[in-house]
Design a protein around this ligand. Structure first.
Ligand SMILES: [Fe+2]
Length: 659
């Protein structure tokens, strides 16, 4: 039985008719506490922290939807196209009534499948990569609609009881009214669509694809939702001979696929379900029953693959640090396909950082995973062919720490043990986040040889007040290591009030002989998402391109830093502000002549998606990295807005052909 939904609001009456692509099913679930513990123990869960904010302003009074008397999963497409999302302070939309009417089944609706009790293999084998020029039909266009059965109805009712009567009041960081406002609101998938170059021309070195990852929840939440809880969506702009094609596709994770087939959320939200003891315990119990009932299998991974991308070993991966990498590829016409969850012949267990370091000279990739049970940190790398090498467990990491990124030099890997860690007491008794800060802890940096077989060569250095979440680069200098990274001031606000954070890019020098650590800020501005010319990874570099937080996680512009300047100098040598209510994301540097060893380090282009919140339009900007104002050499008008997101990657045409 299908339904249509009528919502009466202060601004009118809206009728939503479900389609095979946008099912309105009387199903919804979320479960949490036990699942999170399970995830922590089994999946060695980590945490994304690429963006968050409680400063998001609300348009839709989602609480009215959240407290509706009827359990429903509302596809985001039903509301995200409203222009009101693009208004900063629109009048509130008050929902006065919600009515569900029975509707005759659409003859185009595909046969119902349960889709919830068919767990995939925990080590999903990838099909061989092909170079076929044909476009396979995207699974996203093959959405199956499940009929709610009695057990599902029961779970839905229980979930709504938790949402409406047990959850404590929503903090702004997990309140969808804030989290999904403005250009943080999710969008539907977009098949390859030609774009218009509205300014300048696209340089030939950009032949390839710029792809950016970010959270984009498949279903609008009816309960707590953190920005990091959104399903990963890739936004790719494929460039060829001056022409551009945009495509937006979900990463087809186990979670996404399961919930797509079910027509409703099934797996609990990792970040936003921790809302006090009672709600957590209730969700945990519900989740445990769902697992026992075969609705989902956490062993297949619960990751969202929503954080970043990496290319190594002739594979392109979408990454999220709570799960294994998902291999993806681009078709010849610019579409994005998910090939599968990749465990590297069974050698990669549980999870991997979303920030592996790729040495373009050797083709090697360096990575790690971390979690709440010993070893709290495990280091490993992949050879030039993408073959995973043995784990190096780091037992000198004596307590769980939030470890999102790290550095790699020619000789060493550098890890940061920061003041953010697990915070179960605050979660249980304070209703706060499971990840919290410990002001009494002294941050430290750990140095281990790059090709270490064990941790015997590991050395730790106290660096008080240095809380690294993202690294920019590191290199060796005689008996020292230098690291560039934003230091997160007021680190206690990382997950709850990112708008209060100031990230100060510092150059940290560690003398390995004397143990003396010296630090110098290179800019006074609030900067994060710093990138370099990728060819300089692990080598001494001069130029950094970083995003300006205004406040975080909104990005008002980009700066170019010359870190070769003397100590205690402002190193900004170029910048561009996108304009009133125009916000971008992480910049990415693309070299003009990547094969030319004589090329200058900054000879290339800085690219980013930029969104105009007043016009409701998004662009792809190409900026001249050598010009003092980061001049725009090309602007591409995108056919549809691209939501704010996390990390991106440019993949050149020759590498795309290897996928
Ligand atoms: Fe990140």
């Amino acid at each position: 039985m299908k339904y249509c939904l009528t919502i009466k609001t202060s601004s009118g009456s809206y009728k939503y008719n479900p389609t095979p692509h946008d099912p309105l099913d009387v199903t919804y679930s979320s479960a949490f506490f036990l699942f999170s513990i399970f995830n922590a123990l089994i999946a060695n869960e980590g945490n994304n922290t690429d963006a968050s904010s409680s400063s998001f302003l609300s348009v839709i009074q989602a609480s009215e939807l959240l407290t509706g008397t009827v359990a429903m999963a509302i596809p985001k497409s039903a509301v995200t196209t409203t222009p009101s999302f693009l208004s900063r302070r629109p009048p509130p939309l008050i929902v006065s009534s919600v009515r569900i009417e029975e509707k005759t089944r659409n003859s185009n609706t595909r046969p119902t499948t349960s889709g919830t009790s068919r767990p995939a293999s925990s080590t999903t084998a990838l099909p061989p990569a092909t170079k076929s020029s044909t476009t396979r039909k995207s699974p996203a266009n093959d959405r199956r609609v499940a009929e709610p059965n009695q057990p599902s109805m029961m779970f839905n009712v229980l979930e709504d009881v938790i949402n409406n009567f047990i959850d404590p009041p929503l903090r702004p960081s997990v309140d969808p009214r804030y989290v999904l406002s403005d250009n943080f609101a999710p969008v539907d998938e977009l098949p390859p669509t030609e774009c218009e170059v509205i300014q300048g021309s696209l340089p030939s070195c950009l032949d390839g694809a710029y792809i950016r990852n970010g959270p984009n929840p498949q279903y609008l939440p009816r309960g707590p939702h953190h920005l990091f809880d959104g399903d990963g969506m890739l936004h790719s702009i494929r460039i060829s001979q001056g022409k551009a094609t945009l495509c937006s596709r979900y990463v087809k994770t186990y979670k996404y696929t399961l919930e797509r087939d079910a027509g409703a959320p099934l797996l609990p939200n990792v970040f936003s379900g921790f809302n006090g003891l009672a709600a957590s315990a209730a969700r945990g119990a519900l989740s445990a029953v769902r697992i026992l009932a075969g609705h989902f299998n956490p062993a297949n991974g619960i990751g969202l693959a929503n954080t970043s991308l990496a290319y190594f070993g002739n594979r392109l991966y979408a990454l999220g640090e709570s799960d294994l990498p998902y291999a993806v590829r681009l078709t010849s016409n610019g579409d994005i396909e998910t090939l599968g969850r990749h465990d590297f012949d069974g050698k990669l267990l549980m999870s991997m950082t979303a920030h592996p370091k790729i040495d373009l000279e050797t083709g090697e990739a360096f990575a790690f995973r971390y979690g709440p049970v010993p070893p709290f940190l495990t280091y490993f790398h992949f050879d030039g062919n993408g073959n995973k090498q043995p784990d190096v467990p780091i037992f000198s990491m004596t307590r769980p720490s939030f470890l999102h990124d790290f550095g790699i030099s020619s000789k060493y890997a550098i890890f940061a043990d920061i003041q953010i860690g697990m915070n179960p007491m605050e979660m249980i008794f304070g209703g706060g986040s499971p990840v919290g800060s410990d002001p009494a802890k002294v941050p430290r940096l750990g140095i281990i040889p790059r090709y270490a077989k064990d941790e015997s060569g590991m050395k730790w250095f106290d660096v008080p007040g240095f809380n690294l979440i993202h690294a920019i680069n590191a290199w060796d200098e005689e008996d020292a290591i230098v690291m560039l990274a934003p230091n997160i001031l007021s680190v206690e606000h990382t997950l709850e009030r990112m708008d209060l954070i100031h990230a100060l890019v510092e150059k940290v020098r560690i003398d390995l002989k004397t143990g003396i650590v010296t630090r110098n800020p290179v800019s006074a501005r609030n900067l994060d998402f710093g990138v370099i010319n990728p060819a300089y990874l692990g080598k001494k570099n001069r130029f950094v391109y970083a995003a300006i937080g205004d406040p975080m996680p909104k990005i008002s512009g980009v700066v170019k830093l010359d870190v070769s300047k003397g100590e205690r100098q402002e190193c900004t040598v170029a910048s561009r502000i996108y304009g009133p209510r125009c916000y971008g994301g992480e910049p990415f540097f693309v070299a003009r002549e990547p094969e030319n060893p004589e090329a200058e380090e900054d000879d290339g282009y800085v690219v980013s998606y930029v969104h105009d919140e007043m016009a409701g339009e998004s662009k792809f900007l190409v900026m001249d990295a050598r010009s003092p104002d980061l001049d725009i050499v090309a602007a591409v008008k995108l056919p549809r807005r691209v939501p704010y997101g996390f990390h991106g990657l440019f993949v050149k045409e020759s590498d795309l052909k290897n996928l």
